[in-house]
Ligand binder design. Structure first.
Ligand code: SF4
Length: 99
C-alpha cells in the first residue's frame, strides 16, 4: 500500500503528476492538484515516484508499507511510466530525497 499526500499550497498546476498517474492525481477548477485516491497499490510505485520526482514544486510525498530492501531497483524492464526513481534519490532541486 502506498499513501500519497499533496501540498496544495506548493502546487503550481503544472500537471506532471496527472501525466504520471491519472488514476490518483487530477487538477481542480482552480488548476491545482487534488487526489482522487489517497492510497494506491504497490504496482503503482513507479508512477508515484515519477509523479513526486517530476513535480517541480515538490508538492507530492508518499510512504510505502514495504521495507526499502523490497523496493530496490531490479533489472526488470522499465514500465510505461519511464525510468524508475530509486528510494532516496535526490530531487532534481537538490533539496532532498523524493520520498
Ligand atoms: S506536478 Fe506538482 S505542481 Fe504540478 S500539478 Fe502536480 S502537484 Fe501541482
Amino acid at each position: 500500500m502506498i499513501r500519497i499526500s499533496v501540498d496544495r499550497e506548493r502546487c503550481q498546476g503544472y500537471g506532471n503528476c496527472v501525466l504520471a498517474l491519472a488514476g490518483a492525481f487530477d487538477l481542480d477548477a482552480e488548476g491545482l492538484v487534488v487526489l482522487t485516491r489517497r492510497t494506491v497499490d504497490e504496482g503503482d510505485l513507479g508512477a508515484v515516484r515519477r509523479a513526486a520526482y517530476d513535480c517541480p514544486t515538490e508538492a507530492i510525498a508518499f510512504t510505502t508499507d514495504t521495507a526499502p530492501a523490497d523496493t530496490a531497483p531490479t533489472d526488470a524492464a522499465p514500465d510505461a511510466t519511464g525510468p524508475d526513481v530509486p528510494d532516496g534519490a535526490p530531487h532534481p532541486s537538490g533539496r532532498g530525497p523524493a520520498t
